[in-house]
Write a new protein. Structure first.
Ligand SMILES: Nc1nc2c(c(=O)[nH]1)N[C@H]1C(S)=C(S)[C@@H](COP(=O)(O)O)O[C@H]1N2
Ligand SMILES: [Mo]
Length: 327
């Protein structure tokens, strides 16, 4: 049974997160921001449907096509339609640029050229890659993955990139390395969003995995989406995609990859460990403290935002690949 619903522009306003709230109470700010959770996570998109900004939106994803791209046959489709590209490009989480979903325009300020990714820590071959080197060394492929945000919305997205395992083989973590930490680009002068740069937020955005998780077949670095380079709002030029985990585990705009012996502190887990655990596998039987994770709002068709209610699957449907990591 599905349930289709279109959000009306008057239902939720991004202005509900006012600067006053932010100044008066950190805790309340975080609740209203993150935790507006399901409600505010489905903000209306009407604000960017004006013709001038929709032109800029298209420019934001009219990017160089990835040459001679092949879809990995193991990940060529899932049981639902790929999200409308323009919809996916204006429904994002990128808190460096603000707390709402409609940050795509602000994200165009992200400087991506030149870009370097430093691979460091407990590895035999530490490396600093630029994008050309990454693309040359690691053949890119397309994979259609389900994507499930902790806020209980989901999409199907066609990523382009390479498996994290290929990087592991190239840099060779030492026997001591047990964890990896990914660090996102951060420069408050550039990424300044409304009210998100107060000292208490643990910037830069960082995420981490156990090494066995990183070595899993599914773990993926995306350098593209919809057959072309990654738009800035999706975390250009390189971001992590871990389809069996909640979306927040996939750091965007990665500048550093470190191999560590101890489990690293991470962004959301530092903000609230009860609400955002380090592992964060998609699990319909484990509710978020403030909402159920049993179902999700599946977003696919544009141009307006609408969804179908769907049952959430354990490991987001990827149990056959990853369940053995958690026995
Ligand atoms: N650096 C950074 N990475 C991030 C985030 C963020 O705010 N900053 N948000 C995360 C969350 S909560 C989600 S759901 C996904 C959203 O990716 P998308 O906008 O490409 O759909 O990015 C993740 N990676
Ligand atoms: Mo998310």
């Amino acid at each position: 049974m599905t349930h289709l619903r279109v959000v009306k522009s008057w239902e939720i306003s991004e202005n509900e997160v006012t600067s006053e709230t932010i100044y008066t109470n950190r805790r309340r700010f975080l609740k209203s921001l993150i935790g507006a959770g399901i409600g505010a996570s489905l903000l209306p998109l009407t604000g960017c449907q004006k013709s001038s900004s929709s032109l800029a939106l298209e420019q934001s994803f009219q990017l160089p096509k990835i040459p001679s791209l092949k879809t990995n046959p193991a990940f060529a489709s899932v049981d639902g339609p790929i999200a409308d590209e323009a919809l996916a490009a204006r429904y994002n989480n990128f808190y460096e640029f603000g707390g709402g979903k409609n940050i795509w325009l602000k994200a165009q300020n992200l400087p991506t050229d030149p870009w370097k990714v430093e691979v460091t820590g407990l590895v035999k071959n530490p490396q600093t890659y630029d994008l050309e080197q990454l693309k040359k060394q690691f053949p890119l492929e397309e994979r259609i993955y389900r994507f499930r945000c902790v806020e209980a919305w989901s999409m199907v997205l066609p990523w382009v990139g390479f498996p994290m395992r290929a990087l592991l083989e190239a840099v060779e973590p030492t026997a001591q390395a047990k964890f990896v930490r990914f660090t996102s680009f951060y420069d408050p002068e550039i990424t300044r969003g409304p009210g998100l740069h107060f000292g208490f937020l643990p910037w830069p955005y960082q995420e981490g995995l156990r090494l066995e998780e990183m070595a899993n077949e599914l773990a993926f670095f995306a350098l593209g989406i919809y057959g072309h380079d990654l738009p800035k709002q999706h975390g250009a030029p390189i971001r992590c995609v871990l389809p069996w985990k909640y979306g927040f585990k996939g750091a965007k705009s990665v500048v550093k990859i470190e191999f560590l012996e101890q489990q690293p502190a991470t962004y959301w887990n530092t903000i609230d460990p009860n609400e955002y655990d380090f592992e964060a596998n998609v699990n319909p039987t484990k509710p978020h403290p403030r909402w159920s994770q049993a179902t999700e709002k599946f977003i696919s068709k544009g141009p307006g935002l609408s969804w179908e209610l769907k049952e959430t699957l354990p490991y987001n449907g990827y149990g056959k690949y990853v369940a053995s990591l958690y026995v």
